[in-house]
Design a protein around this ligand. Structure first.
Ligand code: PLP
Length: 327
């Protein structure tokens, strides 16, 4: 009998091939992530897709890989630019490093030293910008646009680039379906740009429809964040969450609401508590946004014992060790 923590089958050697093949020994490690059953629940009822196993410990390695390799093939560019205070920055820095393309990243003051560390470690040039309103010319996204214009550089622009959900449609979705399609009843993930869940959900919903089945797709947001309010057509609330990665609004080309069935909001305290429990009691270091998604996965699993819930673990807990006990 497999134990609760036994990796599920099919695993890495039999997943669909990456749509972005490479001979690079580091880039080859992106994707093809394992799925394990959550050790905190009896039986194989709650499955976790460990995107924390990517080289920079998040699923953003996939979009950096997909977007940059295709942009490089489509046209010559000398430099890559992105605005990010989060996982995307480290992922873009790593992929640009391996592709041999100089990389410039902008981030707001207050970005965690750990994340800036990732950017610099992979050789990116980091521009820290004042923490001003998004319409200010010194806002980090405006500075990135300016840098890209001035240098004729490629701007990744994860919030407006539809290649973001497309990469997940072509890559993460097929892996999810190969690993759990036969039994999956629910797919749950946190949403920021929406790229991860939108693309994955579209693939999963299409396959489920072909198989004559239903998969319920559940997006996860913070209580004081505005993806849920956009989804349900409600008034926005003042944005105030400590959970990194959850989005500010839903009016984005990367947010494909058509493939999402419902949104659930999780208080910050619960997201952090769930991330602590996953590490302390079950040996799974995960980030707070994954904690939020996991707590929703657990709610569904407990309420519906016959459900087979797949939760995406967006990133690992290592980079939050210094803040995980603060909230
Ligand atoms: C830690 C974390 N969780 C969740 C998300 C949301 O992923 P997506 O932007 O694909 O919706 C992000 C995105 O930045 C993230 O960094």
């Amino acid at each position: 009998m497999p134990t609760d923590a036994t990796p599920r089958s099919p695993q890495r050697d039999s997943l669909p091939p990456s749509p972005f093949p490479t001979d690079d020994p580091i880039l080859k490690q992106i994707g093809n992530t394992p799925m394990v059953s959550y050790p905190g629940l009896e039986g194989e009822r709650l499955l976790c897709k460990l995107e924390s196993e990517n080289p920079t410990r998040s699923m953003k390695d996939r979009i950096a890989m997909g977007i940059l390799t295709e942009a490089l093939q489509a046209g010559a560019y000398d430099t890559v630019v992105e605005a990010s205070s989060g996982n995307t920055a480290g992922a873009v820095a790593l992929v640009a490093n391996r592709l041999g393309v100089p990389c410039k990243l902008t981030c707001p003051e207050g970005t965690s030293p750990h994340k800036i560390g990732y950017m610099k470690a992979f050789g990116a040039e980091v521009h820290t910008c004042p923490d001003v309103d998004s319409d200010h010319p010194d806002h980090y996204r405006a500075v990135a646009r300016r840098l890209a214009d001035e240098e004729g550089a490629f701007l990744v622009d994860q919030y407006h680039n539809e290649s973001n959900p497309e990469v997940h449609y072509r890559w993460t979705g097929p892996e999810l379906w190969a690993q759990a399609g036969a039994e999956m009843t629910h797919l749950v993930s946190a949403m920021g740009t929406g790229g991860l869940l939108s693309g994955s959900a579209r693939y999963v919903q299409e396959q489920a429809e072909q198989a004559g089945r239903d998969v319920t797709v559940v997006g996860v947001d913070a209580e004081r964040s505005n993806i849920s309010t956009a989804f349900y057509g409600e008034e926005p609330v003042p944005y105030d969450t400590c959970v990194e990665g959850l989005g500010k609004g839903g009016d984005l080309p990367t947010m494909w609401f058509d493939y999402i069935d419902e949104m659930r909001d999780v208080p910050d305290e619960r997201a952090f508590q769930q991330a602590r429990t996953a590490a302390q009691e079950h040996g799974m270091p995960i980030g707070p946004s994954a904690g939020a998604a996991l707590s929703v996965g657990l709610d569904i699993s407990r309420a519906q014992p016959d459900a087979r819930v797949v939760t995406i673990i967006c990133d690992g807990g290592e980079q939050y060790f210094d803040t995980l006990f603060d909230v």
